[in-house]
Design a protein around this ligand. Structure first.
Ligand SMILES: [Zn+2]
Length: 165
């Protein structure tokens, strides 16, 4: 994504889905928001600090809400999960990001938009040979044509089975 200066970046809305979750509401952390490190979100042994973008998200098959902590490009840096409602999630965020409460914006994208994007992403990264999606394989090789670990195992077996017959 091209950068056109801080003011333009601040207006950029997130896509319908981040990772595999529907974005419900999002907020930009600007100078009107005061961050307080409350040691609530640990990522890989480090306490996550102030992030420039926050999103309330919901997995497509789960009723609970999550808070995605993101960089300027909406790459997910950390996730706080298990909230019973969007309001509960927002109240928790306010404890670390004072003044964020009035800054939440409802996403223009529906749950169907999110489901469509997730399905497209899964298809774009599926194995060219068996069609398994990223949820169904552990590793993948290739770009224009991709092969998953299951197919590598299968082909390896076929190639080396001649010796026994
Ligand atoms: Zn495969």
């Amino acid at each position: 994504m091209a950068k056109h200066g801080a003011s333009a970046i601040a207006l950029v809305a997130p896509p319908p889905a981040l990772d595999c979750a529907h974005v419900i509401e999002y907020a930009t952390v600007d100078d009107s928001v005061t961050f307080e490190q409350r040691h609530t979100l640990n990522v890989g042994g480090e306490w996550l600090g102030r992030v420039p973008r926050l999103a309330i998200c919901q997995n497509l098959d789960e009723p609970t809400f999550m808070v995605f902590h993101c960089d300027d490009e909406w790459s997910v840096l950390g996730v706080a999960a298990g909230f019973g409602s969007a309001d509960e999630a927002k109240a928790k965020v306010e404890r670390s990001y004072h003044g964020i409460s009035g800054r939440w914006i409802a996403s223009a994208f529906s749950r169907d938009d999110a489901a469509r994007l997730v399905a497209e992403n899964l298809k774009a990264h599926s194995c060219s040979f068996c069609g398994r999606t990223p949820l169904q394989y552990q590793s993948i090789a290739g770009d224009a044509v991709r092969i998953c670990n299951h197919c590598v195992d299968e082909f390896h077996e076929v190639m080396h089975s001649d010796a026994e017959s």
